[in-house]
Design a protein around this ligand. Structure first.
Ligand code: HEM
Length: 445
């Protein structure tokens, strides 16, 4: 028996649901779920897209083989950004080996160094702060995590000399991810030419750094060193083009996702002051006499961990996790035809009341969901995020440094801080201002 997949209402004659998806993607996906239930379809300018909701459907999605549901085919707009031959632009076996190289750079012994780098950058970020003031958390954390990421990725020298130019090139690459790049990322338009020029310049900068480092014979504790030292199974080393692609891939996967999570977590800390005394006590206990933050401490901060986890539940950064259907895909009596996309949305899953009672309430002590594949901020299955440990480390290192020194309060009515998703990553609305005041630790807060 083949059951018809329910269709979302409101399709326009030529473009289907594309305009609504591009303008208010999250509200649109929630509407599709409300109308259609566990499985529902819509039309993105001729591309049939099927939204799947609930643990069973998610498990089928995340566990499917790449030959059946392909991530690479769904994310082809990333190919000119990362470069041909990298991740989704590489044959699956090469992609797998490149992924292993990324994992290599996120091992425990390297994390120790990253924790120190992030703490150092955060302390520098705070050095000119007066006793009290206001700041825009979205903007500030976007800039701070660009510095921490560049530092961990490319080392202290690159960070000192080149962060400003790197930031400019990176923004040009981001601009190349306009919605129109989904249908044709290679089209002839100025923003795509600017994207290609930025990638070329980045390759020149990074190749120069690689050359200097090889010539000087120095060895550094950063990701660049991992890429320089890595070899494929046939003994071949990464080319400069591939090293540049690995750097860009790391940035795109980890930068905005981590900075937005930092912003949401601090916002929720300010919104929920009833936890503040316990939270500050927990954080102060982490700092020894010399005020250095240890990796051990970063592993065990239960209430801050709870805030981060709950922030990731309420405001998951990535909400259009997509695969291309390579041959007709059968699920529960439905057939999704080859050539369609299938999509999973953590924001919908994380609000299902049967798994998350009172889902709109922020509760940093909420018990862990017992059902697999419902709490999915980092995805699941074969393409599950490999950077989650680094991301959590980064958010904790930044926030514990901040909270040890300052306390934070809302600077506008609580309901004026809204969710927006302009470029397929969920973020707080503009402006997103919090006030801060230096803490007097003797009194706890
Ligand atoms: C809070 C921060 C982060 C969130 C919420 C997040 C979320 C995700 C999600 C949902 C996926 C699955 C995508 C899919 O199935 O199509 C993913 C994959 C991935 N993430 Fe993250 N991520 C974060 C931080 C990072 C960081 C810091 C890095 C790098 C160090 C990273 C590297 C990756 C990579 C390489 C993949 C692809 C894995 C594969 O295709 O097998 N992520 N991430």
């Amino acid at each position: 028996m083949n059951t018809e997949i329910p269709v979302a209402s409101g399709a326009q004659a030529n473009t289907g649901h594309l305009d609504e998806f591009n303008t208010t993607p999250l509200a649109f996906l929630h509407r599709v779920y409300r109308e259609c239930g566990e499985i529902g379809q819509f039309d993105l300018g001729g591309l049939r897209t099927v939204l799947l909701v609930g643990p069973q459907a998610h498990e089928a999605f995340f566990r499917a083989a790449d030959e059946q549901l392909s991530a690479a085919q769904a994310y082809q707009m990333m190919v000119p950004v990362f470069g041909e031959g990298i991740q989704y632009g590489a044959p699956p076996e090469i992609e797998r080996q490149q992924l292993k190289m990324q994992v290599q750079g996120l091992k425990h012994e390297r994390m120790v160094n990253y924790a120190a780098v992030i703490e150092q950058e955060t302390a520098q970020f705070l050095q000119d702060w007066p006793d009290e003031g206001e700041f825009d958390i979205y903007d500030a954390f976007t800039r701070l995590t660009l510095k921490t990421s560049t530092h961990c990725l490319l080392g202290s020298e690159f960070r000192r000399q080149l962060t400003a130019e790197f930031a400019e090139l990176y923004h040009a690459l981001e601009d190349g991810l306009a919605p129109s790049s989904i249908s044709d990322p290679f089209q002839d338009a100025e923003r795509f030419r600017a994207r290609d020029r930025a990638r070329e310049r980045l390759e020149t900068l990074i190749s120069e750094r690689v050359r200097q480092r090889r010539q000087a014979g120095v060895w550094e504790h950063d990701m660049l060193q991992v890429y320089m030292d890595s070899t494929y199974s046939d003994g071949r080393k990464l080319s400069d083009h591939e090293i540049t692609g690995m750097v860009i891939w790391f940035m795109f996967a980890g930068h905005h996702t981590s900075s937005n999570t930092t912003a949401w977590t601090l916002l929720e800390i300010a919104r929920n002051p009833e936890y503040e005394a316990r939270l500050y006590a927990e954080i102060d206990a982490l700092f020894d006499d010399s005020e250095a933050l240890t990796l051990k401490g970063l592993r065990d901060i239960p209430l801050l961990d709870g805030f981060i986890r709950e922030a990731l539940r309420m405001h998951p950064p990535l909400n259009a996790i997509t695969r291309r259907v390579m041959s007709d895909w059968h699920y529960q009596g439905y057939t999704v035809p080859a050539g369609s996309n299938v999509m999973v949305c953590p924001h919908i899953s994380h609000k299902l009341p049967e798994y998350f009672p009172s889902p709109d309430e922020f509760n940093p002590e909420r018990p862990v969901a017992q059902t697999p594949f419902v709490e999915i901020p980092f995805g699941g299955g074969r393409h599950k995020c490999i950077g989650n440990g680094f991301a959590i480390l980064q958010v904790k290192a930044i926030l514990s440094t901040l909270l040890h020194r300052y306390r934070f309060d809302l600077a506008a009515p609580a309901d004026s801080y809204r969710e927006i998703m302009p470029a397929l990553i969920l973020r707080p609305s503009d402006p997103c201002i919090l006030s801060y005041r230096r803490r007097h630790r003797r009194t706890g807060v």
